[in-house]
Design a protein around this ligand. Structure first.
Ligand code: FES
Length: 353
């Protein structure tokens, strides 16, 4: 229904008198102010049921916002902060961060959407014209600024010293370029580099000290063995430090009955589990293992991870469990990776919270 179809007596009184007063340019004044176009009344202004519908829509949006906020609080309280879930296309991400982001996003969006719908359908629809004020300075102020500028130029003697003037102009022109060149340090983008390591299906686990491929029988109960991917050599490899910083592994043998986490058990081989050696706090290499409790300790800030329970954090500032590498044995009986880590290793970047 348009305002053209509304009976005259149902139209609300118009507070702005200018509506509909479109002026037509005449020959004498081709640039005359055309005024405002005819005002279109909204359906909510003349139909109380439509207004009620809009009111309910706005109230519904605000109610959804309240529920989302309660969901935010519940997510914070109930979801363990080391639980991860798979969300396509983000991959494995923190379940808590996903829930917090989603619920807070919905809560804020619904407040915004409700306010916009309220303003567009129910708040006053009067169109008002405000005269534009002149923004130029008065002639006196301009004359004063002009005089001050001339006085300053005279006192600096810039007119009489073209050498200084020209070199100053050159310096002022060039100096912003130094900032532009610093922007180059923002790149190149890491793309997928932070998400992947050298580990891949079929890659053997090599002892970091002896450089020999590992067999299950090399891993004894109670010991902590450090490993790297087969083929990662330090000699003549410029990328060695980068790759080992992502791919370093620690391997321990547990009694399968002692493994509490179901996924950890599935990803192990005869109780041998392989975890990233890089602490998820700020990336120190983990090196202390307590064989009675199966806890590993990061020496930097004492984050402690329980290797018998998915390497979850039981103490310290680290925010996430250590990523586990799925392992098996190849046809020659050597330990091998069954794929890459399924989440970024080391200090959490923003996807993992
Ligand atoms: S780097 Fe491991 S606890 Fe800080």
């Amino acid at each position: 229904m348009s305002s053209q179809d509304i009976p005259e007596e149902k139209l609300p009184a118009e507070p702005g008198a200018a509506h509909g007063a479109v002026k037509v340019a005449d020959e004498d004044n081709p640039f005359a102010d055309p005024g405002l176009p005819p005002h279109e009344h909204r359906i909510q202004d003349i139909d109380e049921r439509a207004a009620k519908r809009s009111e309910r829509t706005v109230a519904l949006l605000f109610t959804v916002s309240m529920l989302a906020t309660l969901g935010f609080i519940a997510s914070y309280v109930w979801i363990p902060n080391d639980k991860s879930i798979y969300i396509w296309p983000l991959g494995h991400i923190s379940a808590m961060n996903f829930a917090l982001g989603l619920t807070l996003g919905v809560a804020l969006f619904c407040i915004g959407a409700g306010a916009v719908h309220w303003a567009r359908t129910l708040m006053s629809d009067a169109e008002l014209a405000d005269e534009r004020h002149p923004i130029e300075a008065s002639p006196e102020v301009r004359a004063k600024v002009h005089a001050d500028f001339k006085q300053g130029a005279k006192e600096s003697a810039i007119g009489r010293r073209p050498l200084i003037r020209n070199t100053l102009l050159g310096a002022l022109t060039l100096v912003p370029f130094s900032g532009l060149f610093l922007l180059r340090d923002l790149g190149p983008l890491p793309h997928e580099k932070l998400r992947h390591t050298m580990w891949a299906k079929g890659k053997r686990l090599v002892n970091m000290n002896t450089n020999q491929p590992l067999r299950p029988e090399d891993i004894s109960t109670g010991s902590l063995t450090f490993a790297k991917p087969d083929g990662l050599e330090e000699e003549g490899n410029e990328e060695y430090q980068t790759e080992i910083a992502k791919a370093a592994l620690m391997i321990v043998r547990l009694q399968p009955d002692n493994i509490k986490d179901k996924r950890e058990l599935e990803w192990s081989h005869q109780g041998i589990v392989a975890y990233s050696k890089i602490c998820t706090h700020v990336g120190c290499p983990i090196s202390l293992y307590e064989q009675q409790t199966h806890h590993v300790l990061c020496p930097c800030h004492q984050s402690t991870f329980d290797l018998s329970d998915g390497a979850r954090v039981i103490f310290g500032p680290a925010g996430h469990a250590l990523p586990q590498l799925r392992i098996g044995v190849d046809s020659e009986g050597y330990l091998q990776a069954l794929g890459d880590f399924e989440e970024p290793v080391g200090p959490a970047f923003w996807e993992r919270g």
